[in-house]
Ligand binder design. Structure first.
Ligand SMILES: NC(=O)c1ccc[n+]([C@@H]2O[C@H](COP(=O)([O-])OP(=O)(O)OC[C@H]3O[C@@H](n4cnc5c(N)ncnc54)[C@H](OP(=O)(O)O)[C@@H]3O)[C@@H](O)[C@H]2O)c1
Length: 262
């Protein structure tokens, strides 16, 4: 009898080298409304149930951001998962002072204030992963990352992540502090970031694709069905943590079953 090939797709990734997470996570942006609008939150109780169902399925990585709401995604994630042994990630440096208006501010004082707000909203003593949401054109990335490194040194955040960065910006950030993750848009119809995926993999850095299902309004080209799209990402590289977003428990469960395809 010939031996079956072993399934080599790892289920987990050690974020920052020390936080083991299931590589199929959850993205909380959709809980606060459509992208570009981001709110207001429509059904708090349903959101709590959905987040707790995700945790009971085995999701251990939850991605949020200050600008989702603003702050409501962090609050509902914090409330739903209070006291649970899961990894909560959020982002700062982008805010939404009023509906339809986004501001980008990666200055030291703003990031420190946003970290304090996120600690309260997420109900944690330490933020497992705090990501710079976008590079501020008026603040060198080194300055923003140095501010996050201060918060890491004083224990308010455990790991530093980046989002919407290119390789050069990642290298500049790495010259200041260890970087645990990069979150950029990637899906099977938009595979341009795969070079950066491999660059991060070689350095032990997680790559967190956003828009993993190729969600509108930014979709381009042909899309795979959701489970196939998730499985495609999980098999591209072992450092990928997939964070599909959904407001439906049925879709959440279907997405989780993407593990059966890899
Ligand atoms: N860093 C950044 O700049 C950035 C930007 C965008 C997003 N993100 C992060 O990435 C996460 C995911 O991105 P995303 O929400 O834009 O895109 P996505 O995960 O590619 O797609 C979400 C959309 O797909 C639908 N969906 C999910 N599962 C489905 C299923 N099984 N069957 C049918 N439809 C399904 C959802 O609708 P239903 O609610 O009806 O399921 C929702 O409209 C966000 O939650 C956020 O955490 C980050």
């Amino acid at each position: 009898m010939s031996a079956q090939p072993e399934n080599t797709t790892p289920r987990t990734f050690d974020l920052g080298g020390d936080l083991t997470v299931n590589r199929l996570g959850y993205g909380a942006m959709r809980l606060t409304g459509k992208p570009g609008n981001f709110g207001p939150f429509e059904d708090w109780e349903a959101g709590l149930q959905l987040l707790r169902r995700a945790a009971s399925l085995g999701v251990t990585f939850f991605d949020s951001a200050r600008s989702y709401g603003p702050e409501t995604a962090d609050r509902i994630v914090g409330e739903a998962l209070d006291g649970r042994d899961v990894v909560l990630a959020t982002k700062g440096g982008v805010d939404k002072p009023e509906p339809g208006r986004i501001t980008v501010d990666g200055s030291r004082d703003t990031l420190h204030r946003e970290i304090d707000d996120a600690l309260t909203n997420l109900r944690r003593d330490q933020i497992a992963l705090f990501q710079l949401h976008r590079v501020d054109p008026n603040t060198p990335i080194e300055t923003s990352v140095a501010a996050l490194a201060e918060a890491q040194a004083d224990g308010r955040i455990r790991h530093i992540g980046l989002s919407n960065v290119n390789r050069r910006e990642l290298d500049r950030a790495l010259s200041v502090a260890p970087i645990a993750s990069v979150q950029n848009r990637l899906n099977s119809a938009e595979p341009e970031q795969l070079d950066l995926v491999h660059y991060t993999a070689e350095r032990g850095i997680a790559f967190i694709p956003y828009g993993p299902l190729g969600a509108d309004p930014m979709a381009q080209g042909a899309k795979l069905a959701p489970q196939q799209a998730i499985a495609w990402l999980l098999t591209q590289s072992p450092n990928i943590i997939v964070i599909p977003g959904t407001t439906s428990i049925e879709h959440l469960e279907e997405n989780w079953d993407a593990w059966t395809l890899v």
